[in-house]
Design a protein around this ligand. Structure first.
Ligand code: SF4
Ligand code: SF4
Length: 479
């Protein structure tokens, strides 16, 4: 005996039927002024997404997120692993900017610039209509019930080829275009792990646009869930004007005297790429794509009503109050942004052309040579932030003591944007440590303007050790 699956009392998600099965959203495109503007922006952004990995600034990739080396390049500046504070300030600036833009303009990112929306709505969905036919939710092939129709298979081949390009482009943001070209030209057997990563990324992109689709926005993306915290009653949103539209009435039931302007034609629902009804109010699933505005404007023109039953507005404006631009979050966010950005720019502009770090040897901090002299090994780490390869000259000053300094690699070469470590050795007589730990000066210069000195305290046997060993020596030397 089989038991029917339990049914939800109502629709749980816009992409799920009441019995739990997937509800495929196939929006009907609505031409209009917002669609035209978004299309221009979308094609420009597509070109930009593809071009960015190839663009260079300051002889570096414009954006390169080199996670294994923990080096992140943005607009020609590379954050090195030693730049934690600087990187946090940069991230803080980006996050507060997102907060401010959302408070002012709502989910403008989602509707206009997010790669998921841009590629889905302006490449993958148009291709689907091209291959499968139809302009709305009941495509010709669906009606025929043939899931393996040649036109559908052709669509998936086209999707896969685009996923190949997008997957490789996506990876290029992390490894650079030179690496991608190298991998593509070599046999997969020469770089199996890289090939596996590329295959996985391609399949991820394919699965996202062929199967997961708008669920990336409505289920997976955290940004939509923040909207209740980031928006306020004055934020710009795409909204249905209840006061004007209700009571909605359609067809023969419609009576001009009592009816609102909404004729309940459902065009705003049919065009929605996330499958929601904007008339239900502000919803987490709404990506503010403006398609329902264009759909409803076309309907209003046909029935000789003013456009804008669905429009860009705010919750306060819909309630009949004026929109306030100055409010706590539009004051606090810019102040926080100024603090983050100001500190970031100041630190960036005062940053030296190299980061120099002195470190003690791993293990014993000092050792004694065969003559009983004290040897300190000092490790020197240099991060070259200059725009070209540099050779760093190392000079060590030991004052007041007879000692020897050995710098095995001098000058010490460090490629542009790289961090390298070398060591040098200072040997002093043991009695140099009898009255404390002597201090030395380490001078590092690259011959091109970078010239800094760093004090460093040497370690050796303590005064107590001297007394003990001195007493032992005296005892041993006395007849
Ligand atoms: S498109 Fe406009 S008129 Fe038609 S159902 Fe939507 S809100 Fe009402
Ligand atoms: S409700 Fe309107 S603006 Fe929101 S996602 Fe749907 S079509 Fe786009």
């Amino acid at each position: 005996m089989t038991t029917a699956a339990p049914r939800a009392a109502g629709r749980v998600l816009p992409t799920m039927n009441e019995d739990g099965s997937r509800r495929w959203v196939r929006p009907r495109p609505s031409p209009g002024r917002w669609q035209t503007r978004r299309r221009v922006v979308a094609y420009a952004l597509m070109a930009l997404y593809l071009a960015i990995p190839h663009l260079r600034m300051n002889d570096k990739p414009m954006i390169l997120l080199d996670a294994p080396r923990r080096e992140f390049t943005f607009f020609g500046y590379t954050f090195l692993p030693t730049d934690t504070l600087l990187f946090m300030l940069f991230l803080g600036t980006v996050i507060v900017t997102v907060f401010l833009l959302t408070a002012l303009f709502g989910r403008v990112w989602c509707g206009w610039a997010c790669p998921q929306t841009v590629w889905m709505e302006y490449l993958f969905r148009p291709l689907e209509r091209f291959f499968e036919g139809g302009t709305n939710g009941s495509l010709a092939i669906d009606r025929g019930g043939n899931r393996f129709h040649p036109r559908r298979l052709a669509k998936f081949v086209a999707y896969f080829l685009i996923a190949l390009v997008l997957g490789h482009t996506f990876l290029a943001y992390f490894v650079g275009t030179d690496q991608i070209v190298q991998w593509v030209q070599a046999s997969p057997a020469q770089h199996p792990s890289a090939f596996a990563v590329m295959g996985f990324t391609t399949m991820l992109v394919f699965a996202d646009f062929a199967y997961f689709r708008e669920q990336t926005c409505t289920i997976a993306c955290p940004y939509g869930r923040w909207q209740s915290a980031l928006l306020d009653r004055n934020s710009l949103i795409v909204a249905y004007d209840h006061r004007r539209g209700e009571p909605r009435q359609k067809g023969m039931k419609r009576r001009e005297s009592t009816a609102g302007d909404c004729i309940d034609c459902g065009m705003c629902v049919q065009t929605c790429p996330t499958g929601i009804d904007i008339r239900d109010g502000l919803q987490m699933e709404c990506i503010h794509c403006t398609q329902c505005i264009d759909a409803c404007d076309a309907v209003m023109e046909k029935i000789n009503k003013p456009r804008g039953l669905i429009r860009y507005s705010s919750r306060d404006m819909l309630a009949g109050t004026a929109r306030h631009l100055v409010r706590p979050r539009t004051v606090i966010y810019p102040l926080a942004l100024a603090a983050f950005l100001g500190t970031f720019v100041f630190m960036l502009s005062t940053k030296a052309a190299a980061d120099v770090t002195l470190l003690r040897a791993v293990g014993d901090p000092f050792s004694l040579d065969g003559d009983g002299r004290v040897v300190n090994q000092v490790r020197l780490r240099i991060a070259n932030r200059a725009g070209s390869d540099r050779e760093y000259r190392i000079r060590v000053e030991v004052e007041g003591h007879e000692g020897t300094v050995v710098v095995p690699v001098n000058p010490f070469p460090v490629a542009r944007g790289h961090t390298e470590t070398t060591s040098f050795f200072i040997t002093l007589p043991r009695d140099a440590f009898s009255s404390g730990e002597p201090e030395i000066e380490v001078h590092i210069s690259d011959g091109s303007g970078f010239d800094q000195e760093f004090p460093w305290r040497l370690l050796g046997p303590s005064a107590g050790d001297h007394k003990r060993t001195g007493a032992a020596g005296a005892a041993g030397g006395t007849p």
